[in-house]
Design a protein. Structure first.
Length: 619
């Protein structure tokens, strides 16, 4: 095993050295013009995807060469167990990735930390770990694709997409990364055998091999059905999102209306005697809308950046970047790059940490999930404007509306504040607040109009209807100056898309839908939950329309019948056949397709053909 390990290292040492040198040079050169650590997650995902593709290419080439008959005999017919052969090759490949991918990235980080004033936190070193792990994931996927008996093996690429495509703490995300590698390693080892056409041996191997394929087929079926349906609607001019005549009672029609039109359409359903006076007053009051844009916040220790982690002081030419290790902003000169100290909770030079990881909103606003701060550039201090408590978090803090109040939206309330004075101190009080009449995750926007005798407010829900949210409505209220809210009208919104499209992720496989959605329960991604829903599980609890349930049951039955038909002439044991049929009934079409890919049907041959057919030694 040791000899094979070192032989594999010698085989790719030149390529690894060239890759490491190019990687290090690019890191250092790119770091001179761009702060890689401050980039958003989209840029980081693109870069990690490139390294994952490099690992995929190595796996395809490495085992593509070994798959040749002469090399395969030399490799697999050695006086050592198959697991040790696979372990030697895999261990050598992982070590090459650590040296060619991880080491240059660590060197670049150390240079940035010790020779510049840029912020380098412990979370950035987890970014290097994820870079190496994703490269290993790509290598395992390439190994599976080149060695698997089925042409559909590329479906295993969906497993890292499902398990790793979300932003949480970098340390927490190491757990699903190692779990993904473990699953793919088992599948790769199951494919590492002389007879590649034989199905996986044993129930455990069959289950572990089928799992990534089922996830791949689940993602492909859901995305494929949605894309084909949307393409058909767009080609025929029937797409509700862009057709000339919108459904008058649908969500898209409401979202395309101006604030005055939205208020008018809501008031038209009310019999209140004050409606004519209010509708005549609306054009001169310039109604406006507030969009709840802050639905997700950074979490402590996340490897990448969800939002902008820095702000700029133009008068002093200082760039303040937030450090997760100290929970303060660290400054550097925007022209010379020199160290400019720390910016704490109360301003420059303060050492008190912020209570949560904030984001910057505009040139002078720092926002955390429950706090809002205003920066005074003259004194280099901060003033806290708003504060929440408990499980209440901001969706849209302090939107200034000319001629009326300043409004904040949380996941529980709409809060009206008197206009903030420029020289004020302390927290901004609330003139009044009213509870949200629906789920925050379904809130699309809020239209407001300040009238002579109060404020008209229209809550426009329907943002989550495309994912199957029920009961979305437009709710219009009148709020008197003393803060008393009076409901005026409630208009249920019609679904612009059919139920089968909105619930496609569920009826494709209810079981896999629940499994894929576990990340919202297990990992904290900073998503603002609905009131009373700390785990952000609203989508899992949506009621399913009868036709959706009927289609899911029909597909389960058809999958079970299809599995029975496929296994009718198979040589599998009876228990294995029963297990596959049950799996297809429970998991639906993805399980059936994985069965068809993994379990070949016996080829019918005549006795003469069987006698003269050559005996296959290798695949």
């Amino acid at each position: 095993m040791k000899e094979l390990f070192f032989a594999e290292l010698r085989r790719f040492r030149r390529a690894a050295l060239i890759f490491a040198a190019v990687h290090l040079v690019l890191q250092l050169l790119f770091g001179r013009t761009q702060n890689v650590l401050e980039m958003f997650i989209v840029s980081h995902v693109f870069g990690m995807g490139l390294f994952m593709a490099c690992g995929l290419a190595l796996g395809l080439y490495q085992f593509g060469v070994y798959r040749q008959p002469g090399r395969c005999i030399w490799l697999l017919h050695r006086p050592m167990p198959l697991a040790r052969v696979f372990g030697a090759i895999g261990g050598a490949s992982v070590l090459l990735f650590v040296l060619a991918v991880g080491l240059p990235a660590i060197v670049a980080l150390l240079c940035t930390e010790h020779y510049t004033a840029r912020v380098v936190d412990l979370r950035h070193y987890t970014l290097v770990a994820h870079l190496v792990l994703l490269t290993v994931t790509g290598w395992l996927a390439g190994t599976i694709i080149i060695l698997s008996r089925t042409r559909w093996a590329f479906g295993v690429l969906a497993l890292p997409l499902v398990m790793l495509n979300y932003l949480a703490s970098g340390f927490t995300m190491l757990l699903p990364a190692f779990a993904c590698i473990a699953i793919l390693a088992v599948v790769a080892y199951a494919s590492f055998k002389p007879d590649r056409q034989s199905p996986p041996a044993g129930a455990v191997m069959a289950i572990m091999t089928a799992l990534p394929l089922q996830v791949g087929f689940y993602v492909a079926l859901g995305l494929g059905a949605s894309m084909l349906y949307m393409a058909a609607l767009t080609a025929t001019g029937m797409n509700p999102a862009n057709r000339p005549s919108l459904n008058p009672g649908g969500v898209y029609a409401l979202s395309h209306q101006t604030s005055q039109q939205a208020l008018d359409s809501g008031l038209a359903l009310s019999n209140d005697p004050r409606i004519p006076q209010w509708r005549a007053e609306l054009p001169g009051r310039q109604p406006t809308f507030i969009i709840p844009f802050g639905r997700q916040y950074p979490v402590h220790g996340q490897a990448s950046n969800l939002d902008k982690p820095s702000w700029h002081d133009p008068g002093r030419s200082i760039i303040w970047n937030f450090s997760h290790d100290t929970m303060r902003f660290h400054g550097r000169d925007g022209q010379t790059g020199e160290d400019r100290g720390w910016f704490g909770l109360h301003g420059a030079g303060d050492t008190q940490a912020f209570p949560a990881v904030p984001v910057t909103r505009g040139p002078a606003v720092i926002q955390a999930p429950q706090q809002l701060y205003l920066i005074d550039f003259k004194t280099q201090t901060t003033r806290q404007l708003l504060a929440l408590s408990g499980n209440e978090k901001f969706l849209s803090p302090m939107r200034k509306v000319p001629g009326t109040f300043d409004f904040s939206i949380t996941n529980q309330r709409l809060i009206a504040h008197p206009p903030t004075p420029d020289d004020g101190a302390g927290l901004v009080p609330a003139a009044w607040s009213i509870a949200l009449p629906g789920a925050a995750s379904d809130l699309d926007r809020v239209d407001v109009a300040n009238l002579k005798d109060g404020t008209l407010v229209s809550f426009n829900f329907g943002r989550a209807m495309v994912r199957g949210a029920p009961g979305s409505a437009q709710i219009v209220m009148f709020v008197s100056p003393d803060g008393k809210a009076e409901p005026l009208a409630r208009r249920l919104l019609a679904h612009d898309y059919p139920a089968l499209y909105e619930h496609v992720d569920w009826w494709t496989s209810p079981l896999l839908h629940a499994v894929v959605s576990l990340k919202d329960i297990v990992f904290d991604r900073g998503i603002v939950p609905d009131q009373g829903d700390p785990w952000h599980t609203a989508e899992l609890r949506y009621p399913r329309p009868p036709i959706v349930i009927a289609v899911a049951l029909l597909l389960a039955v058809l999958s079970g019948l299809g599995a029975g038909r496929w296994l009718h002439s198979s040589t599998l044991p009876v228990r294995a056949k029963v297990a596959w049929i049950v799996a297809c009934v429970v998991a639906g079409l993805p399980a059936l397709f994985s069965l068809m890919a993994l379990q070949p049907r016996p080829v019918r041959q005549t006795q003469a053909q069987a006698a003269t057919a050559p005996r296959p030694v290798l695949a």
